[in-house]
Design a protein around this ligand. Structure first.
Ligand code: C2G
Length: 147
């Protein structure tokens, strides 16, 4: 059995998250996913819309995922690789090179990110819509319109 490992925040789960998990699983038979805890995200200066318990429950429900574990620090990856008998470590290529130190322990693969989608983009996009909508709400309705 070939075992694969990846990590992420997986906030506001979207198609980019799904595709990396699908592609990671396709490289082996068993996929372990480390989900960043809220405390670890604070260390990454990453603010999440959803709390850890929701993010890991969603990841656990993804059919490509066989096991989900908490990611609490930067240093746990080698231990996770050993404890889970990992053969391949996978991350999106926004991380290219950052985890090459794992190469003595397993194969390291960086996969192309899915373009034009991110949790941050979803959040800022909604905020922009909200502003536009509220601005439209405030505009007086043009009285010359027949409706
Ligand atoms: N991803 C992707 N395409 C996107 C967005 C994300 O392929 N459009 C990938 C990222 O490259 C990453 C995974 O999805 O491999 C999870 O992304 P995030 O939830 O943003 O994870 P991140 O905050 O980068 O945490 O120790 C590693 C860190 O925990 C990674």
């Amino acid at each position: 059995m070939k075992k694969v490992l990846t990590y992420g925040t997986f906030d506001l789960f979207h198609i980019g998250h799904l595709k990396i998990l699908e592609r990671a699983k396709s490289l082996g038979d068993y996929l372990v996913v480390g989900v960043s805890t809220d405390e670890f995200n604070a260390l990454k200066n990453k603010k999440c819309a959803l709390p850890y318990w929701q993010r890991i429950e969603i990841v656990r429900a993804i059919r490509f995922v066989d096991k989900a574990i908490p990611e609490t620090n930067w240093e746990q990856k080698i231990a996770d690789i050993k404890e889970n008998g990992i053969d391949i470590f996978v991350m999106g290529d926004d991380w290219v090179g950052r985890f090459d130190f794992l190469k003595p322990h397993c194969k390291v693969v960086y996969l192309p990110r899915t373009p034009d989608i991110s949790s941050t983009g979803i959040k800022t996009g909604l905020a922009a819509d909200k502003d536009n909508f509220s601005r439209a709400d405030r505009l007086p309705s043009p009285s010359f319109l027949p409706w």
